[in-house]
Design a protein around this ligand. Structure first.
Ligand code: DO4
Ligand code: MG
Length: 277
């Protein structure tokens, strides 16, 4: 029987679940317990019933414990075209055409817990990069058995100048301290509809500096396909998160500034807001 959609929040007091407008404190204090369940939705249904009613949490931590964060790239046409533009002077463009059309997707490592920023907290730009953008991405929660059981919102903050200089610099364009944000919660629910909208808004000095929107049906690949490639010849004892690529890229003249506020909304999942330190 399908269970109602339930959102899990990591808080300083432990794990809090929200279902049908009611918050409950769960007995567990770690997200590892849910990611290691064979049937997380069944487990959560009982855990919620046994939880104690509580108030809406005021402080949210990033919804991650021992999970790694991986990411897929060039899954939307807009992303492919943006990469080709940023690497046109260095001859890297052909790689993006090839990966967009190939059977094997681009998959890269993004973060571990200590690099992941909580909702409402500041992310940080690389000090050696001059062209930086947020990447609003649907992020899959995959349990230790390889099944997608939930979703959250991810920001794959990236340095386009480093990425464009040489594709071999990708790990440096993607991974540094405070390079990733996840949240606000982990939503355990039925699969998201393909029409699900993903929107990005960037505010500077109180005014909107950029707004863009895409939807899941613009993605070239399926979510199950991406998860299966990540799990091929690989295991994740505490499960994993997987970002699924961006379909929204600001125009080439745009770069993030200190103080900018980035809000990413995904229908059915809420809004993740972070500033730039
Ligand atoms: O190849 C570069 C990374 C692509 C990416 O992160 C994305 O498409 O979201
Ligand atoms: Mg990305």
């Amino acid at each position: 029987m399908p269970h109602p959609s339930t959102t899990l929040y990591r808080t300083p007091a432990g794990v809090v679940a929200l279902r049908d407008d009611e918050y409950r404190q769960l007995a567990t204090s770690s997200f590892d317990e849910i990611f290691t369940q064979e049937k997380p939705a069944d487990w959560l249904y009982s855990a919620f019933m046994n939880g104690s009613k509580c108030a809406e949490p005021r402080v949210l931590l990033a919804p991650i414990d021992s999970q790694e964060v991986w990411a897929a790239g060039v899954t939307y046409l807009r992303s492919r075209d943006a990469r080709k533009e940023e690497s046109q002077d260095t001859g890297g463009g052909q790689f993006y055409d090839r990966v967009y059309d190939a059977e094997r997707p681009e998959i890269f490592f993004k973060a571990t817990k200590h690099r992941v920023i909580a909702p409402s907290n500041p992310m940080r730009l690389r000090s050696d990069a001059s062209w930086n953008v947020p990447e609003p991405e649907l992020t899959l929660a995959i349990n230790r058995f390889g099944s997608i059981f939930g979703y959250t919102i991810g920001n794959d903050l990236s340095s386009r100048d480093i990425e464009g200089e040489n594709p071999l610099y990708l790990p440096q364009a993607k991974v540094w301290s405070d390079c990733c944000a996840l949240g606000p919660g982990l939503v355990v629910r039925d699969p998201l509809p393909r029409s699900t909208a993903i929107s990005l808004s960037i505010t500077r000095s109180g005014a909107e500096a950029f707004r863009g929107e895409t939807s899941l049906d613009q993605m070239k690949r399926t979510l199950e396909e991406l998860a299966a490639w990540l799990w091929r010849d690989n295991c994740f004892p505490a499960g994993t998160y997987m970002m699924t690529g961006t379909g929204t890229v600001p125009p080439n003249e745009f770069t993030l500034h200190s103080g900018d506020v980035i809000s990413i909304s995904i229908e059915g999942l809420g809004t993740l807001t972070n500033s730039i330190a």
